[in-house]
Design a protein around this ligand. Structure first.
Ligand code: FES
Length: 472
């Protein structure tokens, strides 16, 4: 939830420098220990599951929209407006989020299609918000660097409650779209979106403004508020649900810490909330492993839960904690919610084949291990001298080796996922073609160096990674 930022929170050059000096920018965040094969199971995408959930959401929108039109204007139309707007302007937020990560469907096109639809429902420019969310995952609740810090200190309870109306937030989003549609990008968009993509911000805003204008004209022609409520108005009417869930993610928790267990909250919610919110109540788990789709988060929680702070037992408990903390922070900005943390033993480690385990072959090639040790879709980190590689097998069974560090930021790809013939980064879900190294999904745009793999007598090998003869 971006908002007009006060001094300490503004994405200014001075604040960026302050955060960088303190070591908070692009930092390494600790991770819990997890068996790589379990992680791989959790990372699996499912077109069927995502299609079912999306179809149910859209069907409910259409049904409530139909009731709204059929009963307009009577008392029956009020509950229809309430349900329609909550699904349209509220539940779309979690769809926007999951599809933005590209983790719901196996199909990239389906993820993108629902992402654009949800962006429109929320009046969010697709490109600006994609880049804003990358930053949120890199520098979660780092002041002056994360544009999505919703509850800035000192907090105001009145402002927090006013937020639930989404009147101000909705009008700000609309104003932003209008400004962007005429080419006036705000400072945040210029800071977050790479220059070569900024023209997209303008084009997307124009398309959205034209559709909204058509709804307004239709309302004028029909002398009825229905078209505006159905298209655009429900963003504001249903925005309370975005705030209702969104507030549980980070509000009142610690700023400027490099541990998701200190600045993010997991809350146990009922099945209806979890459908509307697409399991984002498992928010610590999501921040630690953004490559795990929403449907696997409960299982991931069961797996790594003992290494996390205890989850809040209910939405009510989360609200009590949040408002108690906001009240205290109103008088003392430095107040922090006390959190007991168990030991976490994971981190960025070489997986399975460490630096000491590769061998030099008779021709000087680097032998990385037995072919049978890598199943389809498996990845391993291999450190060879001063290089760190990722070696793996695509879903179709083709072996590959490429540079292990993502070309976006310093995150190792061995913790990522194989999606078809591509490798996906575990941090911001960029993808690379395994065989060519080409960057195929944002935010990465530089390709990875690849190393031709040969298999001889059941052993996987590559030429020396230092040799000029290798590369993609
Ligand atoms: S570190 Fe950002 S996509 Fe890899």
């Amino acid at each position: 939830m971006a908002q007009v930022a006060s001094s300490r929170y503004a994405l200014s050059a001075a604040n960026t420098e302050r955060a960088r000096q303190a070591g908070y920018v692009d930092a390494q965040w600790p991770l819990p220990a997890i068996d790589p094969s379990r992680l791989r199971e959790f990372q699996e995408r499912s077109n069927a599951r995502a299609a079912l959930s999306t179809a149910l959401w859209l069907a409910l929108i259409l049904m409530s929209g139909w009731v709204l039109v059929a009963t307009w204007w009577s008392w029956w139309s009020l509950p229809a407006v309430a349900v329609y707007s909550a699904l349209y302007g509220g539940a779309s937020d979690s769809r926007w989020h999951e599809m933005g990560h590209g983790t719901a469907f196996n199909s990239r096109r389906l993820n993108d299609a629902v992402y654009y639809l949800a962006c429109f429902m929320l009046l969010r420019g697709p490109t600006v918000w994609r880049w804003s969310h990358y930053r949120h995952h890199t520098d979660t609740i780092i002041t002056g660097h994360d544009a999505e810090i919703a509850f800035q200190r000192p907090p105001s309870i009145v402002r927090a409650l006013w937020r639930f109306t989404h009147v101000q937030g909705g009008l700000e989003l609309l104003g932003r779209l209008l400004r962007h549609s005429v080419g006036r990008l705000d400072a945040e968009a210029r800071e977050l979106v790479p220059e070569h993509e900024q023209h997209r911000v303008v084009v997307e805003s124009r398309v959205m403004v034209v559709i909204l204008a058509a709804a307004v004209m239709m309302s004028g022609l029909l002398s009825s508020a229905v078209p505006v409520i159905l298209v655009g108005g429900s963003t504001i009417l249903g925005g309370w649900l975005v705030v209702f869930f969104g507030i549980t993610q980070h509000a009142g928790l610690q700023e400027d810490v490099l541990d998701h267990r200190r600045n993010t909250r997991t809350v146990m919610m009922n099945p209806v909330f979890r459908f509307l919110y697409l399991n984002m109540n498992f928010h610590v788990e999501h921040h630690m492993f953004p490559s795990v789709p929403y449907h696997a988060l409960p299982e991931l929680h069961a797996e790594i839960g003992p290494q996390l702070a205890p989850a809040l037992p209910s939405t009510g408990a989360a609200y009590r904690q949040i408002f108690s903390a906001l009240r205290k922070q109103r008088n003392d900005s430095s107040y922090e919610i006390p959190i007991d943390l168990p030991t976490m033993t994971g981190g960025e480690k070489a997986i399975d084949i460490g630096a000491e385990n590769w061998m030099r072959g008779p021709e000087g090639q680097v032998i990385l291990g037995l072919e049978t040790s890598l199943g389809d879709g498996e990845l391993r980190r291999v450190d060879v001298g001063d290089r760190s590689l990722v070696v793996g097998r695509t879903e179709s069974g083709r072996l590959f080796a490429c540079d292990g560090w993502c070309s976006h930021q310093k995150v190792h790809l061995a913790g990522g996922a194989i999606i078809g013939e591509e490798i996906e980064c575990p941090k911001h879900n960029a993808r690379f073609d395994c065989l060519s190294g080409e960057a195929t999904r944002k935010p990465a745009h530089e390709m990875l160096r690849t190393y031709p793999v040969t298999v001889s007598e059941g052993r996987i090998s590559i030429d020396s990674p230092r040799s000029d003869s290798v590369g993609g």
